[in-house]
Design a protein. Structure first.
Length: 153
């Protein structure tokens, strides 16, 4: 009888611990999702060139920047605004506009010297699509919105 009670007790402990572990993982995922929502998530731009990645996480969480430091003076806080703005390009960045406001070599790395930190190109874009990290932008879309990076689990 003692063995049976011990086995039942051990099984119940295992079940409870498994439930706690699953709950903790779910809670961690929920917290990560909330962090992504509050920091804007990461974005892959497909226009004017394919593809440029922007990490809100690197700017907000790692560097501690506030949303208002970039929005609404330097960037509109509207999905697709960058891709619809035909003045966005390397020329504007070199003239301290958009990303070039900070990425000018004085405040942060220059957009003219470390291209691959942001430009992932068509191959990088295709890798993200193949991995299921982002949804492909339809060629028929006239003004595709930025593609939010999905949280991989």
């Amino acid at each position: 009888m003692k063995k049976l009670l011990f086995l039942l007790f051990a099984c119940s402990i295992l079940i409870v611990m498994t439930g706690v572990s699953v709950y903790a993982e779910d809670l961690a995922d929920i917290k990560a999702d909330l962090a992504d929502m509050t920091n804007g998530g990461d974005i892959v731009y497909t226009k004017p060139v394919k593809a440029v990645i922007f990490s809100h996480k690197a700017h907000v969480l790692k560097l501690g920047l506030q949303c208002g430091w970039c929005h609404d003076k330097t960037f509109q806080m509207e999905a697709g605004a960058m891709e619809r703005d035909h003045t966005v390009g390397m020329a504007s960045l070199c003239n301290d506009k958009y990303c070039g406001t900070c990425h000018n070599g004085d405040i942060s790395f220059s957009t003219t010297t470390q291209c691959a930190r942001c430009h992932i190109g068509v191959k990088g874009y295709n890798r993200l699509v193949k991995a299921g990290t982002i949804a492909p932008v339809e060629k028929s879309q006239e003004n595709p919105l930025e593609t939010k990076i999905k949280k991989s689990k």
